[in-house]
Design a protein around this ligand. Structure first.
Ligand code: SAM
Length: 200
């Protein structure tokens, strides 16, 4: 068996419980502060680290064509069954390279990284950002939610200051549209940074 992609540590073991946990939160609630940045007309969405497919299904319901990237097979296979849709293409791929996604030579109106960026180490973040920027359509947006706080047992996570991500995005030709530090802590000690970028 190929070694797990770095960042995915701990997910396969907990896949069954995570399917329940991630699916319990409504798509529109998770993304309420950035709904205005979603494409108005049906377009192409790339969801990187798509997990159980909650968001892929949400975007498909809005009429978008979705490429859902999920390297953890124990999440991807049940997600494909749970959210089967002709509008969702599932890929076994991952950051920082996104080799399979880039090989498709498509541009996306929206690239989502929801609770994924903090799984990458500094070198991976540095190489991932230009790859993400290269996948954006001219008016496309990159939206990230980055988790802070205690690291769940068995996971690999890093504390990432927003200014670092904003600087990496800037080097990759993206300007910051939105930077929000959430006050609402659903779980003790956990809070979220929300960032959105567009090409300059
Ligand atoms: C906290 S979960 C979030 C799942 C989903 N985005 C959501 O909001 O419900 C993080 C996801 O990132 C995936 N992941 C971890 N490392 C990754 C990497 N290097 N590239 C892409 N995805 C990765 C994990 O397999 C997991 O599905």
């Amino acid at each position: 068996m190929a070694p797990a992609l770095s960042g995915t540590e701990g997910y396969a073991e907990e896949a069954e419980a995570l399917l329940v946990q991630y699916e319990a939160v409504p798509f529109a609630d998770v993304h309420a502060p950035v709904l205005h940045l979603f494409p108005e007309a049906p377009g192409r969405v790339l969801d990187v680290g798509a997990g159980t497919g909650r968001d892929a299904a949400g975007f498909a319901a809005l009429g978008h064509e979705v490429v859902a990237v999920e390297p953890t097979e124990a999440l991807r296979l049940p997600a494909m069954a749970l959210h089967a849709s002709p509008l969702i293409d599932w890929l076994d791929d991952g950051l920082p390279e996104l080799a399979a996604v880039r090989a498709r030579r498509e541009a996306y109106d929206l690239v989502m990284l929801t609770a994924v960026w903090m799984h990458l180490d500094p070198d991976q973040r540095r190489s991932a950002m230009p790859n993400l920027a290269s996948l954006l359509a001219d008016s496309g947006a990159l939206i990230m939610m980055v988790r802070h706080g205690p690291v769940p047992a068995g996971r690999r996570m890093f504390e990432i200051p927003a200014r670092e991500t904003i600087a990496l995005a800037d080097e990759a030709g993206l300007h910051c549209l939105l930077h929000d530090e959430s006050e609402s802590e659903r779980r003790r000690g956990v809070h979220w940074t929300r960032l959105a970028f567009r090409k300059r």
